[in-house]
Design a protein around this ligand. Structure first.
Ligand code: B1M
Length: 209
């Protein structure tokens, strides 16, 4: 019976209407971020592989992504419920770079950083470097977090970092996204590489305290 299937299979099959219930059940005994790491990311990785190999088509990938969105609604509520609501520890800009519309990972990072009392200015997805620089200056932001999921858009990430540093060498840039690793992040001159949302919090603490 589908209602008893776990979240992993619900995401694979794209059963949107069962995602919330399955997530609520998991939250009875699992930490919110463990659900992300043990169910959501592996299921999307598998769907991505299948899509790349031609085993599934784009509409199926979209349905899985929508299923994750429903699940994350519940996870987000739980994380927000745990927040301590103290005074902001500082502002951070988050954006998925130009040409890239993948924002599930960025949104997870956002909720976790908010949970640790950072004020997030979320510029969304497909964001041109000009917009990022404008907002960083306007809001007097030191730490800028960029996300990219495709080999083709890492180039835009590199370009954004270059322009940011040229504008103000004190800007600190952290990058993340499944297409990156530590070496690649160094190569494109990012200050920090975050492999997941927990890493992003560690970096924010280093930079902003
Ligand atoms: Co797309 N997609 N997709 N996709 N998609 C990938 C990235 C792909 C690898 C799949 C594949 O073929 N194997 C492939 C890129 C190939 C490449 O670059 N060589 C691909 C493609 C090709 C495309 C389209 C071009 C398909 C098409 O239209 N023909 C298109 C892109 C259009 C565009 O961007 N211009 C497209 C569209 C989509 C959907 C809309 C269906 C959907 C996105 C929905 C959305 O985001 N709103 C989608 C999805 C879901 C994926 C996969 C399957 C999963 C991505 C994801 O959300 N993972 C992906 C394959 C994969 O990654 N294995 C794939 C879960 C998420 C929690 O992980 O984003 O890595 P991630 O975030 C992690 C960490 O990386 C880190 O923390 C997060 C939490 O742990 N992190 C940060 C991320 N950003 C961070 C920022 C930080 C810090 C940490 O600081 C700032």
């Amino acid at each position: 019976k589908t209602s008893e299937e776990d979240l992993f299979n619900i995401i694979l099959k794209g059963i949107r209407e069962e995602a919330k219930g399955a997530t609520e059940k998991l939250l009875l005994y699992k930490e919110p971020l463990d659900i992300v790491n043990e169910y959501i990311v592996p299921a999307l990785d598998l769907m991505g592989d299948k899509y790349e190999k031609g085993g599934i088509f784009l509409p199926q990938l979209i349905r899985s992504a929508e299923t994750v969105k429903n699940s994350f609604e519940i996870i987000k509520k739980r994380l927000r419920g745990e927040a301590e609501f103290q005074i902001s520890k500082g502002k951070i800009i988050l954006a998925t770079v130009k040409g890239d519309i993948h924002d599930i990972g960025k949104n997870i990072v956002k909720v976790l950083l908010e949970n640790y009392n950072y004020e997030i200015i979320d510029l969304g997805k497909d964001v041109p470097k000009e917009k990022i620089i404008e907002e960083a200056i306007k809001n007097d932001v030191k730490l800028i977090g960029l996300s990219a999921l495709m080999t083709t858009t890492v180039k835009n990430m590199e370009d954004t970092i270059k322009t940011l540093k040229k504008e103000n060498s004190n800007f600190v840039v952290m990058v993340g996204g499944a297409v990156l690793n530590e070496d690649y992040a160094n190569m494109i001159k990012a200050d920090f590489y975050a492999k997941d949302a927990r890493d992003a919090v560690t970096i924010a603490r280093k930079v902003l305290g």
